[in-house]
Design a protein around this ligand. Sequence first.
Ligand code: 5GP
Ligand code: MN
Length: 318
Amino acid sequence: MNDFRDSAIQKILDSNEIYIASHVNPDGDNIGSIIALGLALKKLNKTIKVIKTDEIPSDYLFLPNIDMIQPYEITNGNLFIVLDCGDIDRLGKYKSLVSKDNTIINIDHHVSNTRFGTFNIIDDKAAATGELVYDLIVDLGIEIDKDMATCLYTAISTDTGSFMYDSVTDKTHEIIAALIRTGIDKSEINIELYQSRSIERTNLFIDSFSTLKTFYDDKIAVVRVTQEMLKKANAKMEDTEGIISFIRDINCVEVACLLKENKEHEIKVSLRSKKFVDVSRICSAFNGGGHIRAAGCTIYDNIDNAENLIVEQIINMW
Ligand code: 5GP
Ligand code: MN
């Protein structure tokens, strides 16, 4: 499963300067994992540069040491650790760092991971990349402190629907137990993550829910967020976080779809399923990917055509 994990660990121990890369549209797992690993490797007296690939959603600004993430200039001939990133397109403007001049350690849990690293530590059974980072920190012999634990708790909680998804195992709970024992304030973390929705975001939710359409005997549900809706609610695209899980939770729905209009002909599609549909496969048909129950892709067409294309694909692959 893991190609040369020991060699990857040796490479980390041998390097004085290490870059850690985030991905586009970073989520809690990505941000929590990169900061936790950055803090851990700093304890080994290494120079750590955590690269900002995209804007950090306001949901995660409460995390300790969030300022570690900076838009560093990258130079060749270095070690780059890439976390929670299924393919190199997810590195956005930094995708050129994946070159033969650099050593890449690719640590991820996406079933669709393309194994683009020099070393690939991929486990699609892990509920979050945060679990893999936890194991790596422990194997490096570094003690997990409260700040690292806060970041890893956030990574794992946000990638598991607060520990609800099928991907959660006994090991997930064992890791969370160890994180809680470091003395983290999980009540405060949970309020920051799940009970801090702004009025603007709430208004966007209301607007988006009113676009609900269902297909295939109500088993497929689709909602949208357009640029016009964002303007009206005075919200940002990051404020869509939480819309799709609400739609998935409708009793008859197996597949939920959120269409996000980034631009007129650039529609970011998010899919979630509940019991049996593999949405990663559906998104792969549009050069995207993800997990069996949560995946995404981009369709370069107007939003109505994008809706038709994705609904047709979901039904064809049912
Ligand atoms: P979301 O719908 O929250 O943007 O993404 C759900 C899951 O699918 C995440 O694990 C994310 O990494 C993955 N994902 C989203 N969009 C893409 C994409 O365009 N390509 C790939 N490979 N994965 C994606
Ligand atoms: Mn993840």
